[in-house]
Design a protein. Structure first.
Length: 303
């Protein structure tokens, strides 16, 4: 949704290459912003907080018959009548797929928002790439890169985004393998059934997904009154409302119902759903998503 005369970001060019170039021009500055935000968030993703192969001590637990005696900690066992083994923290590299929606609607920015939805989505994805890369994880962008591990992973991903001449609105997700994670940043304004149809095969493969809904505050509150002309950034269709305030109640009800339906669906699958308003700090969203990924990893036992 966009109100004519209010969006401070330009209406998206219809030419896909022109849109890609416009997006690419944002990437260098957004990478700098992503690194700034990352430095405000507690790092340390690499520790999985679950039993596995690693070097760092996690916990003592009772010995189970059949386990190798080499894992018994005799010093700890000598303290009481039980035999204990030392569990190490899982530190195997994990693959996380990252994607930010390139749809024209993501260019929207009202006077109430601090940045466009596209800028927020890209900053969050690049910040996650920075966090994950520092921790030794593999990252990838569907349709753009294969999974790779690099300490400068965010920079490498930004370079690929900067030089890409076009983006697929919804990339194929067949390469996203079992036990990996995927983070999708979008406004999710498409019909819910389309989003579900696109992502549902991931659940069948045991992929853990984390959806970030990027929302401009005007899209939530509908602060319009009087004669207002709205423009669909995807199709160019215009709608003129003589008294926009009469649409407010029904609009907010439908907007909230769409969000609730997606969030409920994610909850049933054990996925996370986080809302990131563009008038709030990006670091708040980054912390929430990072925590959701850590909890899922600890419960899911990644590969």
């Amino acid at each position: 949704m966009a109100r004519l005369g209010e969006a401070t970001a330009p209406v998206a060019p219809r030419n896909a290459i022109a849109r890609a170039r416009l997006r690419a021009s944002l990437v260098p500055d957004l990478l700098v912003e992503a690194r700034r935000i990352t430095n405000t968030v507690i790092a340390g993703w690499h520790g999985r907080r679950r039993r596995g192969v690693g070097e760092n001590f996690w916990q003592f637990r009772p010995y189970v018959e059949g386990e190798t005696m080499a894992r018994i900690d005799w010093r700890r066992s000598a303290r009481d009548d039980h035999i204990y083994v030392r569990d190490l923290e899982w530190e195997a590299a994990h693959t996380v797929w990252l994607w930010a929606d390139p749809s024209p609607s993501m260019l929207y920015k009202s006077q109430l928002g601090n940045v466009s939805k596209e800028s927020r989505a890209l900053v969050l994805i690049l910040a996650l790439a920075e966090l994950l890369s520092r921790s030794g994880e593999r990252i990838a962008w569907p349709g753009l890169t294969d999974p790779f591990s690099s300490r400068n992973g965010a920079e490498r991903l930004a370079a690929r985004l900067h030089h890409a001449e076009r983006f697929t609105a919804r990339p194929g997700l067949a390469p996203v393998s079992r036990y990996s994670d995927i983070v999708v940043a979008s406004d999710f304004l498409d019909p819910v059934e389309e989003t579900v149809a696109w992502l549902d095969p991931l659940a069948e493969r045991g992929v853990r997904a984390h959806l970030i809904e990027v929302a401009d505050p005007a899209e939530e509150t509908f602060p319009y009154s009087g004669r207002t002309e709205f423009l669909d950034p995807e199709t160019g269709v215009r709608l003129t409302a003589g008294r926009a305030e009469t649409l407010s109640q029904d609009y907010r009800r439908l907007y909230a119902a769409r969000r609730d339906e997606l969030a409920t669906w994610c909850g049933r699958l054990g996925w996370s759903y986080t809302v990131s308003r563009t008038d709030r700090l990006a670091s708040e969203t980054l912390v929430k998503v990072h925590m959701a990924m850590t909890v899922n990893a600890a419960q899911g036992g990644g590969r």
